[in-house]
Design a protein around this ligand. Structure first.
Ligand code: AMP
Length: 363
C-alpha cells in the first residue's frame, strides 16, 4: 500500500514523501481511512508504530475540507486540539504537524508549562488551526480567557494511558468539558485499563477500534542500560562490568571482525575466558566456540551481527553492545538474544561520543 492509495490530499502525500516515507505503517494503514471517514477512533498503539502520522495526516486532510471561523481577536479559531501528557511529546507532535502541513495553509502551535506564557498567548491570538498542548497549561490559559475551544472539530488524546498515569484525569475531563459536543475524537493509548475504557466510553461515539502491536520493538522484560564511555576505555569498562557482576555468560557485539578478535583477546588475557565468532572463522571453530559458550567453559562470546544470527541459546542472560549498531534494527536483533522464553534479560550498551547519534536513532 502507498500513501496515495489512502486518498490523502496530494500536498500531504508530498510532505510525507519529503520525510522519506513511502509505505504507511500498519497503524497508519488502518487508522487513516477511518479518520478520513469522520469516525471516532480508539487506537491501541505504542510510540514507534508511526501513530503520530496516523492521526496527524487524516486530521490535516479533514482540515483542508473546511474553512473554520475566527477567534475573538480576529485570528483563525482553533479547529483541532491534540492533548499529550508531556512537554517533550507535545513539542515532537507539533513538529510533525508542522512538517506534514508544510504545503498546506494550516497553522499550528504548541503550548506547555515551564516556559513563558506571553509568546504562547500571542500566537493563539494571531490564530492557529491546530493546537498541541499539555493539559495543565491549556487550562491555565483558558482560565485566563485566552483560549476559545468552541470551534474545535477534531480532538486527539495522545498516549492517554500515560496521561492518566501522570494524574491528569481531572484536567483532561475539564478540557473535554470545554469542547463542543459535536466533534470527532481520537483516543490513542498503548494500554487499556478500566480507567481508559471509562474515558473512551464518555468521550467516543460509536468508535472504530484499531490495534497494532509494534513489530520491531524490544520486549519489556529486557532491561536496557546505556553506559557512556570513551572509545579508548571500552575494553576496561567491559571487563569491569563482567567481573563486577560476576557474569558467567555474556554475548558481546562488535561491529567488525577485527574488533571481535581484539576484544576476545583482551578479555581472555584479563581472566575472562572469551572467544570471537565471525565470518572469517571456520565452521569447526564456530561450532567449538558455541559449544564452549553453552557449556560455560567460555564466559564471553564476542560476535559480529551476522555471525550472531545463528546463535540460539534459550536462556542467554546478558548482551553487551560493545559498539552501537548503525542500523537500529540490528539493535533489536542483538538484544533479542536475551530475555527469551519468558526469562529476564539485560542489555548494556557502551556508547562513546560519536555513537550518540546511532543510540538516539535506536531510542
Ligand atoms: P511515532 O510512533 O509517531 O512516534 O513514530 C515513530 C517513528 O516512525 C518516527 O520517527 C516517525 O517519523 C517514523 N515514521 C512515521 N511514519 C512512518 C512511515 N510510514 N514509514 C517510516 N517511518 C515512519
Amino acid at each position: 500500500m502507498t500513501f496515495e492509495e489512502l486518498n490523502l490530499a496530494p500536498a500531504i502525500v508530498q510532505a510525507v514523501r519529503e520525510q522519506g516515507y513511502d509505505t504507511p505503517t500498519p497503524i497508519q494503514a488502518q487508522a487513516i481511512p477511518l479518520v478520513l471517514q469522520g469516525c471516532d477512533l480508539l487506537a491501541g498503539a505504542q510510540t514507534g508504530t508511526g501513530k503520530t502520522a496516523a492521526f496527524t495526516l487524516p486530521l490535516l486532510h479533514r482540515l483542508t475540507q473546511t474553512t473554520g471561523s475566527r477567534n475573538q481577536w480576529g485570528g483563525q479559531a482553533i479547529r483541532a486540539l491534540v492533548l499529550t501528557p508531556t512537554r517533550e511529546l507535545a513539542a515532537q507532535v507539533e513538529e510533525n504537524v508542522r512538517s506534514y502541513a508544510s504545503h498546506l495553509d494550516i497553522k499550528s502551535t504548541v503550548i506547555f508549562g515551564g516556559v513563558g506564557m506571553k509568546p504562547q498567548i500571542d500566537r493563539i491570538k494571531k490564530g492557529v488551526d491546530v493546537l498541541v498542548a499539555t493539559p495543565g497549561r491549556l487550562l491555565d490559559l483558558q482560565q485566563q480567557g485566552f483560549l476559545d475551544l468552541s470551534a474545535v472539530e477534531i480532538l486527539v488524546l495522545d498516549e492517554a494511558d500515560r496521561m492518566l498515569d501522570m494524574g491528569f484525569i481531572h484536567d483532561v475531563r475539564k478540557v473535554l468539558a470545554m469542547l463542543p459536543a459535536n466533534k470527532q475524537s481520537l483516543l490513542f493509548s498503548a494500554t487499556f485499563s478500566d480507567e481508559i475504557r471509562d474515558l473512551a466510553n464518555t468521550l467516543l461515539r460509536n468508535p472504530q477500534s484499531v490495534q497494532v502491536t509494534p513489530s520491531n520493538t524490544t520486549v519489556q522484560r529486557i532491561s536496557q542500560k546505556i553506559c557512556p564511555v570513551g572509545r579508548g576505555k571500552k575494553k576496561q569498562a567491559l571487563l569491569h562490568i563482567v567481573q563486577e557482576n560476576n557474569w558467567s555468560q555474556v554475548l558481546v557485539f562488535t561491529r567488525t571482525k577485527f574488533g571481535a578478535n581484539n576484544v576476545a583477546e583482551y578479555l581472555t588475557k584479563n581472566g575472562v575466558s572469551a572467544m570471537a565468532l565471525h565470518g572469517n572463522k571456520s565452521q569447526s571453530a564456530r561450532t567449538q566456540a558455541l559449544s564452549g559458550f553453552k557449556s560455560g567453559e567460555i564466559r564471553a562470546l564476542v560476535a559480529t551481527d551476522i555471525a550472531a544470527r545463528g546463535i540460539d541459546i534459550d536462556d542467554l542472560p546478558h548482551v553487551v553492545n560493545y559498539e552501537i549498531p548503525n542500523v537500529s534494527e540490528d539493535y533489536v536483533h542483538r538484544i533479542g538474544r536475551t530475555g527469551r522464553a519468558g526469562r529476564e534479560g539485560h542489555a548494556v550498551s557502551l556508547v562513546c561520543l560519536d555513537e550518540e547519534g546511532f543510540m538516539m536513532d535506536i531510542e
